[in-house]
Design a protein around this ligand. Structure first.
Ligand SMILES: [Zn+2]
Length: 134
């Protein structure tokens, strides 16, 4: 089962600044619904690979990709990640997120649903559940 903690552990370079925060504050670097975690994990894997390649090329630690936040805002994937030559990765994953159910990762017939002022990008079955049945 994919969890946020597992993603942090799997990609130690891009989350290196997460460890340093300390002071008992919870990590809030990744804040998305469960359906998007596989996509976020893929993005982090791609960035970690970029970081490895850049390290081999002599890029200094301060310039390697570093995740500040990955979160959902208005049903879109918003990433705040520092680093060189990574914007095209981030855009590609943000585009893909626009078709993926935030609850179950399905990419079939997803659309934005609303309940009591909360908006979610959901597939039809998850949408029915979200709205409280048919
Ligand atoms: Zn779904």
């Amino acid at each position: 089962m994919l969890s946020v903690a597992k993603i942090y552990n799997n990609y130690p370079i891009i989350f290196r600044n997460c460890q340093r925060q300390g002071s008992g504050m919870p990590c809030i670097y990744i804040d998305v619904m469960p359906g998007w975690l596989p996509l976020v994990s893929e993005l982090c894997a791609a960035l970690e690979q970029v970081a490895h390649a850049q390290m081999a090329d002599g890029v200094t630690e301060a310039e390697l990709p570093s995740v500040r936040t990955i979160k959902t805002k208005f049903c879109q994937l918003r990433c705040n990640i520092s680093g060189r030559n990574i914007d095209h990765f981030i855009e590609r994953y943000a585009d893909r997120a626009q078709h993926i159910c935030e609850q179950c990762s399905s990419d079939i017939n997803t659309k934005i649903m609303e309940r009591n002022g909360t908006y979610r990008l959901l597939c039809e079955p998850c949408g029915l559940e979200f709205r409280g049945g048919p």
